[in-house]
Design a protein around this ligand. Structure first.
Ligand SMILES: [Zn+2]
Length: 90
């Protein structure tokens, strides 16, 4: 099932993304909805999964139109400190 989903989702996702961008164009003049300081390029041309695609799938409720710079910046895993592990047992 997962393979078929992955293959089938491509065109579906493209259509969904186009719809989100179109709605953003009408409502927000196409402005990036994340607008990270010193990162944002202003014009939304891509769509970000706010909760992570693995969690929400492609639910439009969790999609936000962003510029590519913001999307990349948010999407990047934190590249500093590795997770701090507490010693739970001796
Ligand atoms: Zn931006």
């Amino acid at each position: 099932v997962s393979k078929a989903w992955a293959r089938g989702s491509t065109s579906q996702w493209r259509r969904l993304r186009a719809r989100v961008l179109q709605a953003n164009l009408l409502e927000n003049q196409g402005q990036c909805q994340v607008a990270l300081p010193e990162v944002c390029t202003g014009q939304a041309d891509t769509v970000h999964h706010t909760q992570g695609r693995a969690v929400t799938g492609d639910d439009p409720k969790y999609l936000v139109a962003t510029c590519r710079a913001c999307n990349l910046s948010i999407g990047e895993p934190k590249h500093s400190s590795p997770p701090h592990r507490t010693v739970s047992q001796w």
